[in-house]
Ligand binder design. Structure first.
Ligand code: SF4
Length: 311
């Protein structure tokens, strides 16, 4: 019979997780501690949070955002330096959002954190179901419409709840995929925007932070399982992530045989994005319609709304 490994950290308990890239075996509590420590180090390394910042956590009901809420709750409850609030965006997708809204509500009440919900319908006068039924062409993809609205909705929500920091659950795998998508689509300016050290933007001086940016996706999933975090089971009916999924599979298969390759790639992306961020002036304009920051005279939200409402 195969002998169970002992935790490499505490040298006492039985291991539940093998961290291939470091060769460590970890018991449940050392694994949980390692994830929370890693997020804490990332926050310090990239100066993500200052004393007294109020943090709005974007919580969708997926494993990443719920795990982030729990990790930040543990970190900031310990330090007692920052307030947390959960914001949830309701895209208006029948049969999909209902389950996650319920999960988020219950999870937030378990953690004693306020949860505020904002819908596309109330913010933009149109929801995703309507947008999909009237879009003039399939070239306006579901996720591009939705992603544009979501980023703006989160900005508005953060301001509304009086927060100055938005925290999202993007992990290291998300960062690799976004980098490759930006390279493939020739959108070089966006690479600079992904550098993790936040800059305050807009008249409200809001910062966007990603405390899980140095953690592998599968470790977030395992953290969520170990913490009994509930999972959303419904898939979005409009999901159009074909390139993202292919890139995810590509990096997973590389990592399978060359442990640590994702982290090495991430380190290179950090250096590239830092250089591009310092050279980027593309967000110095404001939209002629809504006044939010924009790369051109009209921002992508107003542009999408104009196309959708004129159809
Ligand atoms: Fe929106 Fe696409 Fe996510 Fe569905 S999968 S919620 S359309 S971004």
């Amino acid at each position: 019979m195969q002998q169970l490994a002992i935790c490499s950290k505490c040298q006492k308990k039985t291991s539940v997780y093998f961290r291939q890239y470091s060769g460590e075996h970890l018991c449940r509590s050392c694994f949980i501690f390692s994830i929370e420590e890693k997020a804490s180090r990332t926050i310090s390394k990239f100066s993500m949070v200052n004393y007294g910042d109020k943090i709005a956590v974007g919580v969708s009901g997926g494993k990443d955002s719920l795990s982030l809420l729990l990790v930040l709750k543990h970190l900031f409850d310990r330090k007692k330096t920052n307030d947390l609030i959960a914001i949830t965006i309701d895209e208006g997708i029948a049969g999909y959002r209902d389950e996650s809204l319920k999960i988020v509500k219950e999870f937030c009440s378990r953690l004693n954190i306020t949860n505020e919900i904002f819908s596309y319908k109330e913010l933009f006068g149109i929801d995703m179901d309507e947008s999909m039924s009237i879009r003039p062409s399939e070239k306006m993809t579901s996720c591009s419409i939705c992603g544009t609205f979501r980023r703006r909705a989160i900005d508005i929500a953060t301001d509304y709840v009086g927060a100055n920091v938005i925290a999202t659950g993007h992990n290291l795998d998300d960062q690799l995929q976004s980098f490759m998508i930006n390279v493939i689509s020739g959108d070089v300016n966006r690479i600079g925007w992904t550098y993790p050290e936040p800059i305050s933007y807009g008249s409200k001086k809001i910062k966007k932070i990603k405390p899980f940016i140095e953690i592998y996706e599968r470790e977030i999933v395992f953290y969520a399982l170990q913490q009994n975090i509930p999972f959303q089971s419904e898939q979005c009916p409009y999901q159009d992530e074909s390139i993202r999924s292919e890139i995810r599979e590509f990096f997973n298969s590389l990592e399978e045989n060359r442990s640590g390759v994702k982290y090495n790639t991430f380190s290179s992306i950090l250096k590239i994005s830092k250089i591009l961020k310092n050279n980027d002036n593309s967000l110095k304009n404001t939209c002629d319609v809504c006044g939010y920051e924009s790369t051109g005279p009209i921002c992508s939200v107003c542009n999408n709304l104009r196309i959708l409402k004129n159809t």
